[in-house]
Design a protein around this ligand. Structure first.
Ligand code: CAA
Length: 291
């Protein structure tokens, strides 16, 4: 079987699976009332899901319950076909101040390793739909790592990013030593991880961790606008494109280029690729059907 045929079948199968699940979670009215987060749909077409971390007294420290809520909401929105993009945000003071130190202070190695502590956080980085982190205030430790699990980071001009785990006798455990190094390079990542020093939003933007810095009150509205733009496109093509960019982080250049080419070729079997090009030539907006 040709490679493009395989890519085509993979696309169609994952779409079928997505549709099957989306019938189970057709609207947010089916979302449970969460203890640690708020959820809503925003945007003119209500096609951007906003998840707000809501544990203000602990600066949104990421306790187990909060991360379970986030994981549950992300997977429900992932399977809701009315949603094309997600935004995760916190408060003006804190996106999130890290994993919950009080909750983990008595963990033993056996509990951490045996229970795969923080392992379930990966669910967020596996979401097929784009997730934008809208960061104000502190994004420290697991908070910085949660932002980096998202696909795009917008930051308020007073946001602070850091991996302070070394100051409490541990190391980053949810991607800090890996994703931060890929984002800002070895020297700055090493300095941040070895000292706990924080960086400002401006430095984060200069070093490629953040794609835009905004006044604090503009961060969420601009993230929603960005989500709306993405949600207005072919959701099938968006998920293939996200997957291809992410492959750049997980493979060699040669393998990544091959993967990209196969996926690109695979888009030639979709209705949305045909419609996109036809609409361009006919000088009209495309009507994507996510097929
Ligand atoms: N875990 C649990 N509680 C936390 C917390 C955390 N990560 N961060 C803040 N809090 C709590 C504080 O204990 C305090 O609660 P109480 O009022 O009950 O004492 C409340 O939030 C407010 O915090 P502060 O009084 O400290 O607020 P501040 O404005 O003086 O300082 C701060 C803010 C600089 C963010 C400071 O709270 C801080 O340094 N927090 C810890 C940051 C940290 O070390 N994060 C890494 C955690 S480990 C990790 O994330 C591992 C991983 O890789 C996943």
């Amino acid at each position: 079987m040709s490679l493009s045929r395989i890519a085509f079948i993979q696309c169609k199968d994952s779409l079928k699976f997505t549709r099957l699940l989306s019938r189970r979670f057709a609207s947010t009215s089916e979302l449970p009332k969460y203890e640690y987060i708020l959820t809503e749909k925003k945007g003119e077409k209500q096609n951007v899901a906003v998840i707000t971390l809501n544990r203000p007294k602990a600066l949104n420290a990421l306790c187990d319950g909060l991360m379970q809520d986030v994981g549950d909401a992300v997977s429900r929105f992932e399977n809701d076909e009315t949603v094309g993009a997600l935004v995760i945000t916190g408060s003006e003071k804190a996106f999130a101040a890290g994993a919950d130190i009080k909750e983990m202070q008595d963990h033993t190695f056996a509990i951490a390793a045996g229970g795969n502590f923080l392992g379930q956080w990966n669910l967020i980085s596996k979401c097929k739909k784009p997730i934008i982190a809208a960061v104000n205030g502190y994004a420290l430790g697991g908070g910085c790592e949660l932002a980096m699990m998202c696909d795009i980071i917008y930051a308020g001009d007073k946001a602070k990013f850091g991996q302070p785990e070394i100051l409490i006798g541990t190391i980053p455990g949810a991607g800090g030593t890996q994703r931060l190094t890929r984002a800002v390079g070895k020297s700055l990542a090493m300095e941040m991880c070895l000292t706990g020093n924080q960086i400002t939003a401006d430095i984060a933007e200069k070093r490629g961790l953040v794609s835009k810095v905004l006044p604090p009150d503009q961060v969420v509205p601009e993230a929603i606008k960005l989500g709306e733009k993405i949600a207005s496109l072919s959701q099938l093509t968006v998920s293939l494109c996200k997957d291809s960019v992410n492959t750049a982080y997980e493979t060699t250049l040669q393998e990544g280029l091959k993967y990209e080419k196969r996926t690109f070729h695979g888009t030639f079997s979709t209705d949305d690729r045909k419609e996109g090009m036809k609409a361009f030539i006919e000088k009209r907006p495309p009507q994507f059907t996510n097929s």
